[in-house]
Design a protein around this ligand. Structure first.
Ligand code: NAP
Length: 265
């Protein structure tokens, strides 16, 4: 069993998930680096984590393939994490997908909504349930004092911002935002605290196709802080939650969006 705390980060091969994995590695965590299909990107994330970790040991970081929309994959993911590391202190529900085609609301398809709900909502909901059951079973062995497990879910400004060319994505992220209050209320008795991070416009493969559009919007003042967000911005917020920076809190949401959510007059 690892003596250092261990995080399972879904969708950690690229983008925001990779930024979270590296930030956790820097903070001394071992990381299960989940990915869907891009093994080379997951291996690169492992290398970056090992290079950043104070311990420097690549054995503390393991790429684990699993499609979080599939029940059997979710079970295998949790089992492999526990087999490899012997413990699990933090679940980060980060993996998510954008629609394959940005379709106007009046042309939106059932197929696209089904896909987005399966990956962005069903996956994190039932993965969290699996991990919560594990914690419920093992809670009696935890030391009386010390850092209790945490859950951090990565939603989006799209949970509360209407984009009429990807309504399916907005609906999936709005649904996901209920995960945090639900599990925060249910798991408080175990001492498990549950948080949401709501990122704004972050530079990743997901936003690559709309880079020019967002460059212009940001330059024009869309966000009070006039720059793109970086995966590391989200990673640092996850580390703050994970390392007990907010002890008497649960169910909280932090906007990592350069102030996009502010209403101004
Ligand atoms: P990204 O660059 O497209 O990376 C997506 C990650 O999720 C990859 O690691 C991918 O694995 C993994 N993934 C996709 N489907 C999966 C599945 N079914 N099972 C397991 N892993 C899966 O996306 P991103 O921009 O980093 O976004 C990460 C999260 O932040 C998403 O939930 C997204 O909705 C949210 N978000 C993003 C932004 C933004 O501006 N980028 C803003 C707000 C919220 P592979 O590498 O194997 O494909």
């Amino acid at each position: 069993m690892h003596s250092a705390p261990v995080a399972l980060v879904t969708g950690a091969s690229r983008g925001i998930g990779r930024g979270i994995a590296v930030a956790l590695a820097r903070a001394g965590y071992g990381v299960a680096i989940n990915y869907a299909g891009n093994a080379a990107a997951a291996e690169e994330c492992r290398r970056l984590c090992a290079a950043t970790s104070p311990e420097g040991a690549s054995t503390r970081f393991a790429p684990l393939q699993a499609d979080i929309s599939q029940a059997a994959d979710r079970r295998r993911l949790v089992e492999e994490t526990l087999r490899l590391f012997g413990r699990l202190d933090l679940l980060v529900n980060n993996a998510g997908v954008a629609p394959a085609v940005r379709a106007d609301l009046l042309d939106a398809s059932e197929e696209s909504l089904d896909r987005l709900l399966a990956v962005n909502v069903k996956g994190p909901f039932f993965l969290t349930q699996l991990v919560a059951r594990h914690w419920q079973e093992t809670a009696k062995t935890w030391p009386a004092h010390g850092n209790r497990p945490k859950i951090v879910t990565i939603s989006s400004i799209s949970a509360s911002t209407a984009s009429v060319n990807r309504g399916d994505y907005c609906i999936s992220k709005a649904a996901l935002t209920m995960l945090t209050p639900l599990f925060a209320a249910r798991l408080a008795e175990l001492g498990v605290r549950v948080y949401e991070i709501r990122p704004g416009i972050i530079a990743t493969d997901m936003t690559g196709p709309v880079k020019a559009k967002y460059d212009a919007l940001i330059a024009g003042g869309l966000t009070p802080i006039r720059r793109w967000g970086a995966p590391e911005d989200v990673g640092r917020a996850v580390v703050a939650f994970a390392t007990d920076a907010f002890p008497f809190t649960t169910g909280e949401v932090i906007h990592v969006d350069g102030g996009f959510h502010l209403r101004t007059l």
